[in-house]
Design a protein around this ligand. Structure first.
Ligand code: CTP
Length: 417
């Protein structure tokens, strides 16, 4: 992240300090939880560490007790301060963060088990919960792990997806826990309500590939999954923006999204055009992450029959939404376009930047490995109006979103002055 986080008072925790339960489960990333604890204490939070028995194989309770606001707990039983520590912790927590969250912890939480103090506390609480998974790539990609996370997300749990990076044993891949500073920033926003560099800004984001009807049954579409648009919506919300998502797909179950995001469902390029343009005057920013069809066709009202042979499809051009936005926007509004390219990436991207007149153009070479459509990761170059290029190397779509939104925030600030 490139912006300066909004200042928060660093203070000694008082009785009114937000209370954070820091859950630690048994993975090598447990050592990073010590740094997270320190950062949370520096923010003035009252932090209660809860370690699973396996976590204590990686880190000692003494370290946590020394840094925390009260002694670290590891068991449902034998607590000298209260006979029922899970309800005490769960009911008083303003936020519960679990870092690292192992595959085992995620499975137990998803199944509603309460077989240790941490899972019992999670069940005994109505506070927002943030899970920070950390595990080897093979484990992270297991359908069982992903389905458990989808279940938890559906119940409102936030998941800070792991990064691609160095893992235990010298391996490299997705599964590395996010850095303590980033986790602490998100906990801060959860504890204080979402506040950040986009607080007070209204952002409209489009997501997914449009679907152009051939007849009532068949459509022509493209391979856009909508994941980049959803990740942008999620991150914009975390950074304080009021977000509207105009989308052809519903990924609410697959991604962390979307508490408090207004989702408008559309199908065709023309529907997306009308929904977006009619909202332009209500927003400060539009980010066109959707893959909009360049051509549509007049749909048959009835299903075409096979016996009639291959249909002759007559295409006609759609309106270019982003160009219409640029033509109508005020000087203070920011319009962000995307460019999906496969050849002559640089040249095509510069041509698109000039032709569309957008404030920022996010360029991806969708033929490169791990990039663009249907992937959880992306690699982009962000071009600004002055044709400066900011390359963002391969990382999660959520991490890419932070980079894009940092540039948006800085353009908005420039527009204010
Ligand atoms: N876009 C749009 N309306 C369209 C087509 C595209 O607003 N009818 C937007 C996309 O949302 C994206 C940007 O324009 O932000 C570039 O889209 P892309 O598909 O990369 O380029 P095109 O302009 O469609 O050109 P080409 O397909 O020839 O590369």
């Amino acid at each position: 992240m490139t912006w300066t986080p909004s200042p928060m008072p660093s203070a000694t925790p008082s009785s009114s300090s937000p209370r954070i339960v820091l859950g630690v489960s048994g993975g090598i990333a447990a050592y990073k939880a010590v740094e997270l604890l320190r950062l949370l204490r520096d923010e003035g939070f009252f932090v209660s560490p809860v370690l699973t028995p396996d976590a204590t194989r990686f880190v000692g309770t003494v370290t946590f007790s020394a840094l925390a606001s009260e002694p670290a707990r590891t068991s449902l039983y034998g607590d000298p301060t209260t006979p029922i520590p899970h309800t005490y912790l769960g009911q008083h927590a303003d936020v519960i963060v679990v870092a690292p969250a192992t595959a085992h912890l995620i499975a137990r939480y998803a199944a509603g088990l309460a077989d240790d103090l941490l899972t019992a506390t999670l069940l005994a609480s109505r506070a927002p919960v943030l899970l920070c998974p950390a595990m080897h790539t093979e484990m992270w990609e297991q359908p069982s792990v992903q389905e458990n996370l989808a279940t938890l997300r559906r119940r409102g749990v936030l998941v800070l997806e792991p990064d691609v990076g160095a893992l235990a044993g010298g391996d490299v891949g997705p599964g590395r826990m996010r850095e303590p500073q980033e986790i602490a920033d998100l906990v801060k926003r959860l504890a204080h309500g979402f506040e950040g560099p986009l607080t007070g800004r209204r952002i409209l984001i489009t997501a997914g590939g449009t679907r152009e009807a051939i007849d009532p049954v068949r459509v022509i579409s493209n391979r856009s999954s909508g994941r980049q648009g959803y990740a942008l919506a999620e991150v914009a919300r975390r950074l304080g923006a009021t977000v509207t998502l105009v989308s052809t797909v519903n990924l609410a179950l697959a991604l962390d999204v979307v508490r408090d995001v207004d989702v408008v469902k559309v199908q065709s390029a023309s529907e997306m055009h009308d929904e977006v343009l009619s909202r332009l005057s209500d927003v400060d920013v539009v980010i066109m992450a959707a893959a909009v069809a360049d051509f549509t066709l007049r749909a048959s009202k009835v299903k075409l029959k096979k016996e009639q042979g291959p249909p002759e499809l007559r295409f006609e051009a759609t309106a270019d939404i982003v160009s219409d936005l640029v033509a109508k926007k005020s000087a203070r509004q920011v319009i962000v376009g995307f460019a999906a390219e496969t050849t002559n990436v640089e040249q095509n991207a510069l041509g698109k930047l000039r032709a569309k007149g957008v404030d920022l153009l996010v360029v991806n070479d969708v033929s490169a490995p791990g990039v663009g459509f249907e992937h959880g990761t992306n690699e982009v170059v962000i071009l600004d109006r002055d044709e400066h290029a900011y390359p963002v190397t391969l990382r999660s779509k959520e991490a890419i979103s932070y980079e894009i939104l940092a540039r948006v925030a800085s353009l908005l600030t420039q527009g204010d002055s």
